[in-house]
Design a binder for this molecule. Sequence first.
Ligand code: HEM
Length: 293
Amino acid sequence: MTAYQTGILQEVPSAARYLSFSLIAGANPVETLRRLAEQTDGQSLVVGLGRSLVLMLGAEISALTNFPVHAAAGIEVPSTPTALWCWLRAEDRGDLVHQTYQLCDLLAEAFECESVLDAFKYDGGRDLTGYEDGTENPEGDEAVNVAFVRDEGTGMDGSSFVAVQAWLHDLSLFNALTQEQQDNSIGRRKRDNEELDDAPLSAHVKRSAQEYFTPQAFLLRRSMPWSGTRGEGLQFVAFDRSFDSFEAQLKRMVGEEDGIIDALFRFTRPITGSYFWCPPMKAGQLDLSALGI
Ligand code: HEM
């Protein structure tokens, strides 16, 4: 039976930390990755590898492409690739502090920590705007089908591709919108999460309605609110069997199909954008055999 990193399938935890690492110039990461594989349970720690790291190992994961750059009127969608991504998941923020030290020590020979983002569950699973996030997520077997690679052989089956974007909210701008404008930006009523059939075409859920893409563009979203010295927002995190659905969604959001820009951009902007491949698990640790490790 194929094993995957189970944290991907579980509900988001109360607290989390997203760490990005770059490869130290001249370092050989193989032994460090071996140690990381042994220490990763896939549940309290979910790991993803960036394209530069995979190439450094002389391997090829064909669906692991570069995060695309987009621009629309007054809007930049940046691409900020990095070698390694670690999602620490816990119920206690103190645990995350200790786990961060352990992880950075473990990786120190080959990787340098570039950024740490603190995230949390808000009000049972809402974005900081107060809207429920994840309502239309696939569940159970459907979630497994959406998120994990199958029929590609040992080492690939059970792996997943994750798109990660930190969005920085301007909550002053958002709070200045009327309730109706807010609801129309999302396309759902904040009060009861009811989908608004008559919302404008710019409403976020009209842009991203998964069944209205050809082929359908389902994602398993595991986003979490974050806050830090830069401000606050949503760490958008979406798992899939490739990046096709995410890219189709993003293009529609920035208006590349019909010129209509997602109303989310009225009050929030992506400040990072990266893609990673999340290896499967085998015998309780990461299976890096697809990379020759
Ligand atoms: C600040 C950034 C974002 C916020 C605050 C946000 C918030 C939301 C909210 C409140 C919903 C409605 C409830 C739900 O079904 O989850 C939603 C739906 C959704 N979002 Fe986002 N989102 C953001 C970015 C994105 C991005 C970048 C993508 C993909 C490129 C995306 C894809 C989706 C999808 C696929 C749905 C479900 C649509 C459906 O099938 O009805 N979101 N989002």
